[in-house]
Design a protein around this ligand. Sequence first.
Ligand code: CMC
Length: 435
Amino acid sequence: MAQQSLTITDNRTNQTYTLPVENGTIRAMDLRQIKTSPEDFGLMTYDPAFMNTASCRSSITFIDGDRGILRYRGYPIEVLAEHCTYLEVAYLLLFGDLPTEQELKNWVHEITHHTMLHESTRHFMQQFRYNAHPMAMLISTVAALSTVYPESKDIFNPDNRLLQIKRLIAKLPSITALAYRHSLGFPYVYPDNDLNYTENFMNMLWKMVEPKYVATPVLARALDILFILHADHEQNCSANTMRCVGSAHTDPYLTTAAAAGALAGPLHGGANEEVLKMLDEIGSKQNVPAYIKKIKEGHGKLMGFGHRVYKNYDPRAKIIKWTAEQVFEVTGRNPKLDIALELERIALEDDYFVKRKLYPNVDFYSGIIYQAMGFKPEMFTALFAIPRAAGWLAQWQEMLNDTEQKIARPRQVWTGREVRPFVPITKRSLDMART
Ligand code: CMC
C-alpha cells in the first residue's frame, strides 16, 4: 500500500478502498469505483461553491490564507509592489519569470503599440446610453473585440495567443477611459506613446485642452501599485470563470468578457464600489456602531470585509493603506477614510467578526484612494478589471497547456421529480400542474 494513501470503508457494503493521496488531495474520480452495485453510478463529492475542491494544478499565484501570504510566481506581493511596475508583473504572471531589462523594454514597447482601439470599436462604444455603467460597457466591448479580431479563435497557436494577450492588456485602459469619457460626454483621447502604462491611462481619462498631459508621479505610481495588487489572485470567481469558459475553447475576448462579468458582481470585484456606497450610507464616524449592529443582526454585509481564503489580514489591504497615505499627501485626505478606519477598528474588536475571521480585504480601502484620485465609484470595478486581465490570461494559458484539463462540466445531485405522464394543455388544471 502506498504510504500517501487514504483507506475508506463503505459501510453500505463493508468494502474497503485505498486511494492515493497526492499534494494533499484525492482524485474525485477515484471515488467512482465506490459502488453499492454494478449499476450504481459510483460515489461523487458534493461541494457547492467549491469550498474544498481543487479544480487545477497551478504555478502562478500562491496564497496561504491563514498566514496572510500572497505570492506571484514565488515573489511576495510586498516585494513586487515595492520594486516593480505593473507591466513587469504582468510579464511575470504570463511568462513565469521576471523579465530582463531588454525583455521588459520589448514587452513595454509591444503593449504601448497596441493601445489604439479600432475606430469601429470607438463607434460601437459611443452608442451606449449616456449613463451606461462603465463595467457593463467594458464587458460588452471586450466581447465585441472578438468581431474585430476573428483570428483570435486560433487558440492553440502560441504566437497568435500572445498577440491577443498583448492586445487585451493594452486596450483595456483605452476601453475603460473611453467608457468614462462617454459618461461625461467628453471626446475620446487617443493614447500617447511617450507615457507609461498608468500615465497613458490617466492621459486618456483626464486630458482636456492642454497640448500634453502630465501625470502627477505619485498618483501614477499609486495606480501602478494598485494594478500590481489586483493582477491575480489564484482560483477566485472570475479566474474560475476564465478557465471554465476557456475550457470550451472560446476565443480570449469572449472568455475575458465572461471573467469580467463575474468580477462585476458585488461579492467579487464589484465590492469596491459597494464599499463607497456603504461609507456614504453610514455618513459619519458616530454612526458606525449602529451600522455594525445592523450587520450583526443579519441586515446586509460589511462590504470590503471577509474573504473565502484569507482568514488573516489580506496582505493587499496593508499595502493599500500605505499607498493611501502617499496619495492623500497629494490629493488631501479623503474624509471617508475616518469612517473606514473606525469601521475597521470596531469590527476587528467585535466578537462577531473575530469569531468568523473577517478582516478588511483588498476592496475595503482601494475605493477611498480611487475616489481621492478623482475616479467616480462606478469606475472602481473597471479599475480592478484592467490589471486582473494579466492574471486571467495567465490562468487561461495555463489551462490550455494542461493536458489533464478538459471542458469544465460539474455533476449535480438530482433533486427533481421522477418521470411524469404528459398532460395535454387542454386537460391541465392548476392543481394538476402542482401535484
Ligand atoms: N459582513 C458580515 N458578515 C460576513 C461578511 C461580511 N462582509 N462576510 C462573511 N460574513 C459572515 C457570513 O454571514 C457567515 O456567517 P455565518 O457563519 O453566521 O453564516 C460567515 O461570515 C462566513 O461567511 P461566508 O459567506 O460563508 O464566506 P464566503 O467565503 O462564502 O464569502 C465573501 C466570502 C468575500 C463573498 C464574503 O465575505 C462577503 O460577501 N464579503 C463582502 C463582499 C466583499 O467584500 N467582497 C470582496 C472579496 S475580496 C476581493 C474580490 O474577490 O474581489
